[in-house]
Design a protein around this ligand. Sequence first.
Ligand SMILES: Cc1ncc(COP(=O)(O)O)c(C=O)c1O
Length: 333
Amino acid sequence: MVHAGATPVLVDVDPDTGLIDPAAARAAITPRTKAIIPVHLYGVMADMRALKALADEHGLALIEDAAHCVEAERDGVRPGQLGDAVCYSFYATKNLTCGEGGALGTNRPDIADKALLLRQHGMSKEAAKRYHGHYQHWDMIALGWKYNLNDILASLMVRQLRRLDDLWARRSAVYAMYAEALAGVPGLRLPGLRGKSAHHLFTIQVPADRRDGLLARLGEREIGVAVNYPGHPHPELVPRASRLPAGGLPQRPGLRRGHPEPAVPHPAAPPRRWPRWPRPCGSSWPASAAGVGKRERAGPLSRPFFASAGCGEKARRRRPWTRRPGRSAWRPC
Ligand SMILES: Cc1ncc(COP(=O)(O)O)c(C=O)c1O
């Protein structure tokens, strides 16, 4: 947004889900507003029907951030169906990944044509299309970038797309397992779901004064933990979002009840040695990525954290593609 010369205006969220609040978005619209950009957070879709009505009413573009949200559906709508454009991330931590890259989806031919031009330095014909049958002229007709997903990474996506539903079903089972196991844990709350979640991150909310103790205990059990996204410097602009706690537990499709045991560690359980994960070298390791950090001063349920399994030193040794402290090089598989 900022690179494009636009000024982002923060809009507060529904405190139950962390998703953009359409009423707050309405209140933020001014004559200078050009677009609404909802983020489908953790795998749950924003209220696209309400946002689409709002965008149409004010003649605004609607651009969806679906980095967390490929498989979801809400009110009969899936990511990209109502927006002018939808942005996906294929980064290594995402549900659908080829290691790096992303995609823009759109139903608008004008946006599609412009994106195809701009992603390839503004060339009217990319190299492969200049030699179909006979040579065809081409030229630089716009100032673009080099933003195409290369063919090698794109080829990895073919299999990932086929696995998408299966991996979703397994993450969904992990969600159900956690939800059952964590029900009734005092002070712990799960963000609300709406419709079908992509289950990108399993996030939990804990009281601020217990966060760091819990982080330490999870770390002792080799469940790697980290706080992602330091709090917004101006929580007064988005008070509800600033109070929103968020932390992720591991939700890999391979996670099974009792494997390792306990699959859902209770904070009061004694430290234990975790068995090796039977991950073949080079296999993907999705759904264990990010969480949102917020300011500790925001309230009793703030100071969120993020936890993902196997980021400790032992786990790093098991997974040679991860970086070891003090080593500058990435070790090959
Ligand atoms: C919600 C959200 N939007 C956008 C991005 C950026 O994705 P990328 O790294 O592919 O640019 C991320 C990355 O983690 C994300 O979590």
